[in-house]
Design a protein. Structure first.
Length: 247
């Protein structure tokens, strides 16, 4: 059964070419908007891209196509919790590696991202929990749902017919990883742009690594929501480390 809606069959088939089209369609404007947000400190415009990602399965795929991409109940709800914990642990590993190598310098992805996101400095200890909750909740909703629906969902499915599940996960993970170069690697500090080759390479490898964790969680749960929960766990931990170990 065809996975794409009839409207799109005039232009595409649900194959790797369609997946590449989506990678470019969302990746290029997202890359530009995130770079601009790193200058302005406001990510409201970039959030529009994440919201559009939410709707990609409904815009492009049939009901059967959405089911095939994993938009269904998990095979065991407890595995969603396992997925969340795996996301937290993967973030802890990445944070530990960057802290060990780059300490609290701008070569540390977590340090730079906290600055680019205009995180408030010198938060009173009594207010830190409130700020953490305010930052953590949207970070656990917008990008986990949007990016997983797009990358581990629609894009991944487009590569499966030709390459199989495992190889398809390599393609969606690479797309995910290189898109995150806009968040760190190409940095804007004191009015100047710079490229940090070694930290950028480590960041790309790290994002590929966590993408593979998200994919494995999708398989474990037999549902795209395994990837969503794992991604949410990663972002939750990222906010925790930012507020309680960097700020």
């Amino acid at each position: 059964m065809e996975s794409l809606r009839k409207l799109w069959l005039r232009f595409f088939r649900y194959n790797w070419k369609f997946g590449l089209f989506l990678i470019l369609l969302f990746g290029i404007p997202r890359f530009i908007l995130v770079l601009q947000a790193n200058v302005s400190g406001g990510y409201s415009t970039a959030f529009i891209i994440f919201m559009l990602m939410w709707f990609t399965p409904f815009i492009f795929l049939t009901k059967q196509g959405r089911k095939d991409m994993g938009m269904k109940r998990p095979n065991h709800y407890l595995r969603l919790l396992y997925s969340f914990v795996l996301g937290v642990l993967s973030c802890a590993i990445v944070f530990g590696v960057f802290l060990l190598i780059f300490e609290k310098t701008d070569g540390n992805a977590f340090v730079y991202i906290s600055k680019a996101g205009a995180m408030p400095a010198d938060i009173p200890p009594s207010d830190k929990l409130i700020y953490f909750i305010i930052a953590a909740i949207p970070s656990m909703i917008f990008s986990p749902i949007g990016e997983e629906f797009l990358y581990r969902g629609v894009i991944h499915g487009s590569f499966v017919s030709k390459f199989g599940e495992i190889k398809a996960s390599v393609f969606d993970s690479l797309a995910f990883a290189f898109t995150h170069l806009a968040h760190f690697g190409i940095i804007y500090i004191a009015g100047n742009w710079s490229f940090l080759p070694v930290p950028a390479l480590l960041w790309i490898v790290s994002m590929f690594f966590v993408s593979q964790i998200f994919f494995r969680c999708k398989l474990m749960c037999d549902s795209i929501f395994g990837a969503v929960f794992s991604h949410a766990g990663f972002n939750f931990a990222m906010m925790y480390f930012t507020f309680y170990h960097l700020l």
